[in-house]
Design a protein around this ligand. Structure first.
Ligand code: NAD
Length: 663
């Protein structure tokens, strides 16, 4: 069968050959054995729904074995036979160009260069799923290949409910991931619902087909590290940044450290993850022995080298050694997957990776104790270093939250965390409040020259805007222009020809319109997909991350994220998605995003103007209502430009007056 025929066939009528389990691929850890015997019956019945009865005898046995062995039913046999990577848009069988673009995005997410556990359909973050099983993947590709621009595909946590009639301005796909009744949103509910095959953790961009590999996060991390270094004063040269994680997103840290000009040391316990990043050139040196690493760090700091070092081992061992040596560390953070602490996101000190994986599956209670003990030790070592001047920040992975739950010494007397999150100190006040967020685009020709042209257009547009930008945003504009000018040289593309930069509403809209015009004129040879990370001004309600700098008590509400996706849906998005979980964990956040295919048409120009305006400004309006000064500035500026925009503004009250009446 050709590539096109295999997509059009969907779930094949005859069973494909069993696929051998590939030991060379990074596989998801075995998940918890959480289902009761009755629920296991249900899980198998659910899985068999995708296949005609004549195959059930064979498949039931096979799926039971997968459930037993891996804790989930992935339906490995149905992995496609073609190679997984994004093709140029014209190579997809399709009746809708928009649907073809979505197919390319899905295949890019599953590309083994991009995905963390590609055979388990996990894109990043240990449990960030695009689909729950290969039957869903095959059905979705078939639906996309056959749908028209007058249909919408409805996705329930990886499961395609079906195609429903709609119209050309409607989204082609609506995605929901992990939407559960709030009282059933604890981590074990995810384990259970996912094992039953009825829900999935879509992370942020994984379940919305918008992940573009570590580049997506390099930029945000670069901005964060640069601004964190600025907070410590002086030049970044010779500053030491210590952190953990060389996985899906955390793998961006060493590259960001290099772009920011510091010495970075990143601990990674999984040799496969460390070696992958090293082979891709994302980290300069791997060290397995602390006795060898410590003098190497001293040398790099003394010589003000710009270099990224990795410690292949447990981060707790690294922190404790640095503290024992009395070394000066300037910046510290952590990007282990603590949003998923009990199922492979964090490996406790004192155990090998294999021992941990075994304990996790066979003795989950003991594993939990080991993780919590490890976090207490990690925090103790970090506290010793911050006492000597290190600036430590939470990197949005629930490190502070899980450490506090573990009883670590991480709270101030008033019950708040000792350390800030990167959003409270950096991303919130400098970026989100002004509408700057992780805008991205992917060239559907898959040609590097189209990406280079789009980069040049973005530099031109941002340069023009920066010439008259107010002081409040001039620095952000400068950093982004520098980033995009350097982006080509830094070889950031893994998988599809994609780019990211932080821009505000004006920047995003003008860049997108410039691309649309270039496509119309044939200067860019194929459509472009616009999108963003959900980690943005409006997309995400997450009280310990994106909305951690909201101080009016509304950080535990999720109206903004839900409104955002609904609004994008009727203003021209090609697909929208809304997720429970993402970044900081199931039950801890609601986040949403969009994808928009632009093809040089007038319709595309209209969608760009209408949807991007809402997609950025609704979050600024909410941040302004929460009394955030930068957001107030930004929304008043927007209202002055756009007479149809009328936003409710807060009146400020005198706290002393209030205290006096409450006495
Ligand atoms: N706020 C942000 O912008 C932002 C950006 C990136 C990631 N994050 C968060 O950071 C976390 C990491 O994301 P990811 O995609 O890289 O996840 P990931 O699971 O792909 O990578 C985490 C890595 O940490 C390693 N690790 C776990 N415990 C360790 C330990 N004790 N010592 C050394 N290494 C250890 C794992 O082996 C894994 O490779 C997630 O929680 C994510 O949500 C936040």
């Amino acid at each position: 069968m050709t590539f096109q025929e295999e997509i059009l066939a969907g779930i094949p009528t005859e069973l494909p050959e069993v696929k051998a389990y590939d030991p060379d691929i990074n596989h998801a850890p075995k998940r918890k054995d959480i289902l009761t015997p009755e629920e296991k019956v249900l899980a198998l019945k659910n899985a068999l729904r995708y296949f005609p009865q004549r195959h059930h005898a064979v498949l039931a046995r096979e799926f039971a074995e997968e459930l037993h062995r891996y804790g989930r039913i992935y339906m490995y046999r149905f992995r496609p036979s073609y190679e997984m990577y994004a093709r140029p848009i014209d190579e997809y069988p399709a009746r809708s160009r928009q649907a073809a673009a979505i197919m390319a995005m899905i295949q890019n997410n599953l590309d083994p260069r991009v995905a963390q556990h590609p055979h388990e359909l996990i894109i990043y973050g240990g449990n960030g799923a695009i689909f729950q099983n290969w039957a869903q993947y095959r059905l979705v590709m078939q639906y996309l290949a056959t749908m028209t621009d007058e249909q919408t595909l409805v996705m329930y946590s990886g499961h395609p409910l079906g195609l429903f009639p709609s119209h050309k301005d409607a989204p082609r796909v609506i995605v929901t991931n992990g939407m559960v009744i709030p009282n059933y949103s604890k981590p074990d509910h995810w384990e259970k619902f996912n094992a039953l095959g009825v829900s999935q953790y879509g992370q942020m961009t994984a379940g919305s087909y918008m992940y573009i590999g570590p580049q997506g996060i390099v930029h945000g991390t670069t901005i964060t590290v640069m601004n964190a270094a600025r907070k410590q004063g002086g030049s970044p040269a010779g500053k030491l940044f210590v952190t953990a994680g060389l996985g899906g997103m955390s793998g961006a840290q060493p590259k960001a450290g290099n772009i920011a000009g510091v010495v970075s040391v990143t601990a990674e316990i999984n040799p496969k993850a460390a070696e992958k990043r090293h082979a891709q050139g994302w980290v300069d040196e791997l060290h397995r022995d602390l006795d060898e690493l410590i003098p190497r760090i001293r040398k790099a700091v003394a010589a003000k080298e710009v270099v990224s070092l990795a410690y292949v081992g447990n981060v707790v061992d690294l922190w404790e050694r640095l503290a024992d040596e009395g070394m000066h560390v300037d910046l510290g953070s952590d990007q282990t997957s603590l949003h998923n602490p009990w199922a492979g996101g964090y490996y406790p000190v004192g155990y090998s990776l294999e021992e941990s994986k075994k304990m996790m599956a066979e003795e989950p209670a003991r594993f939990k104790e080991a993780v919590q003990a490890s976090l207490r030790r990690q925090v103790d070592a970090i506290n010793r270093l911050t006492a000597k001047g290190m600036y430590f920040f939470d990197y949005g992975n629930a490190f502070l939250l899980e450490s506090s739950r573990a009883g670590a010494d991480i709270l101030k007397p008033d019950g708040s965390f000792r350390y800030p999150s990167y959003v409270q100190d950096i991303m919130g006040p400098l970026y989100f409040d002004y509408g700057f967020g992780p805008f991205r685009w992917v060239c559907m020709s898959e040609k590097p020259e189209d990406l280079a042209k789009s980069d040049a257009l973005a530099v031109k547009v941002l340069g023009e805007i920066a010439a008259t930008a107010p002081d409040e945003i001039a620095g952000q504009m400068r950093d982004n222009i520098h980033w995009i000018e350097e982006a080509g040289r830094n070889h950031l593309v893994v998988g599809s020809q994609a780019r990211i930069l932080y821009a505000d509403c004006e920047g995003r809209t003008k860049i997108a319109l410039a691309f649309n015009e270039a496509i119309r004129k044939g200067e860019i040879s194929a459509p472009i997909v616009l999108g963003r990370d959900h980690h943005d001004v409006s997309g995400t309600d997450s009280p310990f991350r994106e909305t951690s700098n909201i101080y009016d008590g509304s950080q535990y509400t999720a109206d903004m994220a839900v409104q955002n996706v609904i609004g994008d849906g009727f203003r021209g998005a090609t697909w929208v998605s809304i997720h429970n979980g993402g970044g900081v964990g199931w039950g801890e956040v609601i986040n949403g995003g969009f994808g928009m295919v632009i093809d040089g048409s007038d319709d595309s120009a209209r969608h760009i103007r209408e949807m991007l305006f809402w997609d950025v400004n609704n979050g600024i309006a909410r941040r302004s209502w929460a009394r955030n000064e930068g957001a107030r500035f930004a929304i008043e500026r927007e209202m002055a430009r756009t007479p149809e925009l009328k936003v409710t503004l807060p009146n400020l009250a005198d706290e002393e007056l209030i205290k006096s009446v409450l006495k």
